[in-house]
Design a binder for this molecule. Structure first.
Ligand code: NAP
Ligand code: MG
Length: 504
């Protein structure tokens, strides 16, 4: 039996062929657990269970408040298991225990709470008045879509799983979720937690397995009505193609190269904190990281030396240690990707002003090559590859600008549009800049703060649709218009039949 099993049709189970894969702690390369590796057949079985649960009810026909009660039960159980979930999240993905305790676990519980509220508060039916047809009654019904699949990346496994499952089931859909292979544990643990909450079988299914087989099935199977994907822009394009076979709804949350604009009236101390936090939180493995700092020329030199000085104080270490600021990156392969970009940066820009490699050594059994130092390139031209391509690691490009209009032009000169920041002492000026940024979220004098009650998503190649907020609930509901002519006999009020013929 695998240490972590799949959750299909209300049962925890091994994969159909009994195969497993190992998952590792990236700080030490030590094995954590064997995980059941779903096959394509398992994916089909999970989708079939979700289809049956949707078509036969009761979940899809229950009232919003009844479903909300179940979501609240899941949120409470996430909080009950918070210590275990936080430790697993940190161990499996390399994020710090502080982040897991302060952001990942409460963030997951809050997502279930928010969408419970949506299920209670959002109307299922809205009457429309002002009909051009004299006596009709018209109303719109908001109905669940059907079977919704979710495919998520490795950087925020538990939160991402919750962002897919919670809105789907709150709105009366059924769900099949696939976590990333590097970090499957907390999503599977969430499956176990949901199993304890006695939802009807098949309403939630969680299956770990390879993107190329399991993921492709979730995005293409004709029984699926909607697919929601978070991950790279490259795989997002593939998901869109697969979903097009049966014209499924598609929500995509993809890559980014967000600009954090520092205006010359900013409090430099506060702005430096916002830029460093905006870039190096979780080693820059965050889709909306502010990895391009645009800094106005008047304050440029002073600000850049402040950044270099402070970045050197970020403590690398064991992610389970409360004193650690930055753990390992998720996997050695990610360190290699980052190192390739840093080598490219040395060619394109020159020597970074701080960082630039893995640490020479780390204490105890920590594997130094799995870590990467916070790295800053200064005087970067926005046209370079390191300023245009998503690195997904602890690498900041600092770019000078002259006027607010220049800052906006540089910020928008990107194929992406996911996040961004404006640091300024003048809120009107900051808001005017924010208004011109072509991006789904802008933080003024802040960064990274995401709340389930606020919409999140991307412009341009950063995605399609929004998650969270009211928008992130409504995107899981179909819209049906019903037109009722209350006259049940006689045809005088059906004068429009004459459009066809006066004789029918
Ligand atoms: P990824 O390679 O795109 O993988 C994401 C998920 O898709 C994983 O579960 C993966 O499974 C699966 N997958 C891979 N190939 C697939 C295919 N052909 N069909 C269906 N599913 C497939 O991304 P990643 O490397 O895990 O994550 C990093 C990327 O995610 C970054 O580019 C980042 O910007 C983006 N991201 C975006 C957001 C956002 O909200 N916009 C949030 C977080 C991350 P396996 O793990 O089995 O390969
Ligand atoms: Mg792991």
């Amino acid at each position: 039996m695998a240490d972590y099993q799949l959750f299909i049709d209300g049962e925890l189970c091994d994969s159909s062929d009994g195969d497993t894969f190992a998952t590792y702690n990236p700080a030490t390369n030590e094995k954590i657990a064997d995980v059941a590796k779903a096959t394509k057949d398992d994916a089909v079985r999970a989708i079939t269970a979700a289809r049956k649960a949707f078509d036969e009810g009761p979940w899809s026909k229950m009232s919003g408040p009844d479903r909300a009660a179940k979501l609240r039960e899941i949120a409470a159980k996430i909080n009950e298991h918070s210590a275990e979930l936080a430790e697993l999240e940190a161990l499996d993905g390399g994020g710090t225990i502080r982040k897991a305790m302060m952001a990942d676990v409460p963030g997951a519980a809050n997502a279930f709470e928010w969408f419970a509220r949506m299920a209670e508060e959002r109307p299922d039916e809205i009457q429309l008045d002002g009909s051009p047809f004299p006596i009709s009654e018209n109303y719109v019904r908001h109905e669940p879509i059907g079977v919704c699949t979710g495919i998520v990346p490795w950087n925020f496994p538990l939160i991402m799983a919750s962002w897919k499952i919670a809105p789907a089931i709150a709105a009366g859909n059924t769900s099949v979720l696939k976590p990333a292979t590097f970090t499957s544990l907390t999503a599977l643990k969430l499956g176990q937690i949901i199993a304890e909450c006695d939802l009807p079988p098949g309403v939630v299914n969680v299956i770990a397995g390879p993107g190329g087989t399991v993921g492709e099935e979730l995005a293409s199977n004709p029984m699926v009505d909607k697919t929601a994907f978070t991950g790279s822009t490259e795989v997002g394009r593939r998901i869109m193609q697969l979903a097009s076979g049966t014209v499924k709804g598609c929500t995509l949350e993809l890559g980014g190269k967000s600009a954090n604009i520092v205006l010359d009236d900013a409090d430099l101390d506060q702005a430096a904190a916002a830029v460093l936090w905006g870039t190096f939180m979780h080693g820059g493995q965050v889709c909306e990281s502010g990895t391009r700092a645009l800094v106005q020329r008047g304050i440029y030199d002073e600000f850049v030396s402040l950044l270099a000085d402070r970045a050197g104080k970020i403590q690398l270490g064991d992610q389970l240690d409360m004193g650690t600021d930055l753990g390992p990156l998720v996997h050695r392969s990610q360190v290699e990707t980052v190192a390739r970009y840093v080598a490219l940066g040395r060619e394109e820009v020159g020597e970074p002003i701080t960082g630039g490699s893995s640490p020479d050594a780390m204490p105890g059994n920590l594997v130094a090559e799995n870590f990467f130092q916070p790295t800053i390139f200064a005087d970067v031209d926005n046209s370079t590859k390191i300023a245009q391509e998503e690195i997904f690691g602890p690498v900041l490009c600092v770019i000078p600008f002259d006027s607010d209009d220049d800052a906006v032009a540089i910020a928008n000169d990107s194929i992406y549009g996911l996040g961004g920041g404006v640091q300024s002492g003048n809120l009107d000026r900051a808001k005017a800049v924010a208004a011109q940024m072509r991006t789904g979220t802008v933080w003024v004098n802040d960064y990274h703060l995401i709340d389930p009650a606020r919409p999140f998503g991307g412009y341009k190649q950063s995605g399609v649709g929004r998650e969270l907020g009211v928008q992130g609930y409504e995107i899981y509901r179909q819209v049906k218009h019903v037109h009722v002519n209350p006259e049940t006999s006689g045809r005088d009020n059906h004068f429009h039949y004459a459009l066809l013929s006066g004789n029918i």
